[in-house]
Design a protein around this ligand. Structure first.
Ligand SMILES: Cc1ncc(COP(=O)(O)O)c(C=O)c1O
Length: 462
């Protein structure tokens, strides 16, 4: 009893100190103001600074519950709604039904995005999956060609490789979810693959210097899936510049939201002409693209390139256009919440570790991924169930039904024997959890998310 009283007094004292240092500034202090917690009483960062936690029998606290949907997407800005409505009123919805490139909404959108990422050319498409497919066509991949890609990514990536008639060759990931350059080299040497589609899954960027070197040494054409890396930089350069072409998405849960949509970008003149033609520019319609190479390039190849009719719809572009200029301010908002609240609070929860990005990366934290450790599969299930029951659906990448688990990509030719040769990825994604961090949520909501996760972990480990 005496020990308990002493413990509670120490904790209250600690909390008071934490409050003092926190008042009026940030919610999180760098280190808890105590030396060594006793085994029965310790503190954790919480919405109020540092909160007392009794273990193993925690003091009964009100159960945290998130009532907002974590699937809440960003709304279309008023300006996007206005531009879309204006366009619909004119009826000029067909992709080339504008007087010039300058007045074409899709073309304006392409220009704005290329300016943002620093690319010379951009074509807007109906999805990022189409961009991945088309990039392989542009670089000349033939049916049956092998394409190196991440074993840890979303099913849309190998699907697009298969769409192009090619065969994915999966590369292992590290515990930070990044493509492993050594395994890339091994798989390249074993298979002789001449293409690599690296996917910056959840905006996590692998060691691009090493990836680039592996590809250069072997004459492999590098392409980038930047569906999750808009606004993410490697050594101060926007992602998508190590590959000869890069693919972006504006599907609802990305940094640009148009429901569906994608972009293909490049600095190469010939690839630019090809992507414009594949997207659906026939006769002399390439003139209606603001970002385009010289006419001679088009005239030389235009009858060799089929028209896949994959260009973005005008109304889609109208919704996206005003979102591009607000990217940086939104990224700042996402990152502040992540660094001030989500990351430190989750790292303070037992059995949870939030992996860091490589130091060369300027990230965008529109979601959080963390690894759980020291628990059984049954405890993991309990943890997921408890969090879900209180409004925080946590996805485990390696869950049986998850579309990011490579064993669910059975459509990839020859893939089944590969599945048994990806032990590192399998072990990492089995314990890797994923939670969206919607822009529209307030700081308070992120604290609730962390409270729910912390409580769920306590329940699972009880
Ligand atoms: C990593 C990754 N790459 C590519 C895509 C394809 O994007 P889209 O839905 O625009 O085709 C997705 C889709 O979510 C994705 O998660």
């Amino acid at each position: 009893m005496k020990l308990l009283c002493l413990c509670a007094t120490v904790c209250l004292f600690n909390q008071a100190v934490a409050f003092q240092s926190i008042n009026g500034v940030k919610l999180q202090s760098a280190t808890p103001p105590y030396n060594k917690p006793s085994p029965t009483c310790r503190t954790r960062p919480s919405r109020l600074g540092w909160k007392m936690v009794y273990t193993p029998e925690r003091e009964a606290v009100k159960q945290a519950k998130l009532t907002k949907s974590i699937k809440t997407p960003d709304p279309i800005p008023e300006e996007g709604i206005r531009l879309a409505t204006e366009l619909m009123k004119t009826g000029r919805l067909y992709r080339y039904n504008s007087d010039s490139a300058d007045t074409c909404m899709v073309s304006r959108c392409e220009k704005a995005l290329a300016e943002y990422t620093g690319h010379k050319y951009c074509v807007a498409l109906n999805s990022c999956g189409s961009a991945i497919f088309m990039s392989l066509k542009c670089v000349g991949a033939q049916p049956g060609d092998k394409v190196l890609s991440n074993a840890f990514t979303f099913t849309a990536v190998p699907s697009a490789i298969v769409h192009a008639g090619c065969e994915p060759v999966y590369v292992e990931c590290t515990e930070n979810y990044l493509m492993d350059p050594e395994h890339l080299a091994k798989m390249a040497d074993e298979t002789g693959a001449k293409y690599c589609m690296i996917s910056h899954m959840r905006g996590k960027v692998a060691d691009m210097d090493k990836i680039e070197q592996v590809c250069k040494d072997r004459g492999i054409v590098l392409l980038e899936d930047c569906a999750h890396s808009l606004g993410v930089y490697w050594r101060g350069e926007h992602t998508g510049h190590k590959g000869v072409m890069s693919c972006f998405s504006s599907q609802s849960y990305k940094m640009l939201n148009s429901g569906e949509g994608g972009f293909l970008l490049t600095d190469d003149d010939e690839l630019a002409a090809k992507m414009i033609l594949y997207a659906g520019a026939y006769e002399k319609l390439y003139h209606k693209h603001s970002l385009r190479p010289a006419d001679e390039i088009f005239e030389e190849i235009k009858h060799e390139i089929p028209n896949y009719s994959m260009r973005m719809h005008g109304v889609t572009a109208a919704m996206i256009y005003p979102q591009i200029s607000t990217l940086d301010e939104r990224i700042e908002k996402y990152n502040r919440r992540y660094l001030d609240i989500v990351e430190p609070r989750l790292n303070a929860v037992r059995n949870i570790k939030v992996p860091k990005q490589l130091k060369e990366v300027s990230p965008v934290y529109d979601s959080v991924q963390f690894n759980v450790h020291g628990m059984s599969e049954e405890q993991l299930q309990k943890f997921i169930q408890a969090a879900g029951a209180n409004g925080v659906p946590i996805e485990v990448f390696g869950a049986k039904s998850n579309a990011r688990y490579f064993r669910n990509w059975r459509y990839t030719a020859d893939s089944i024997p590969q599945f048994d040769h990806l032990p590192k990825t399998e072990e990492v994604i089995k314990w890797a959890c994923d939670v969206r961090l919607p822009l529209m949520f307030q700081d308070e909501d992120f604290h609730t998310i962390c409270d729910v996760i912390e409580d769920a972990m306590d329940k699972a480990m009880a």
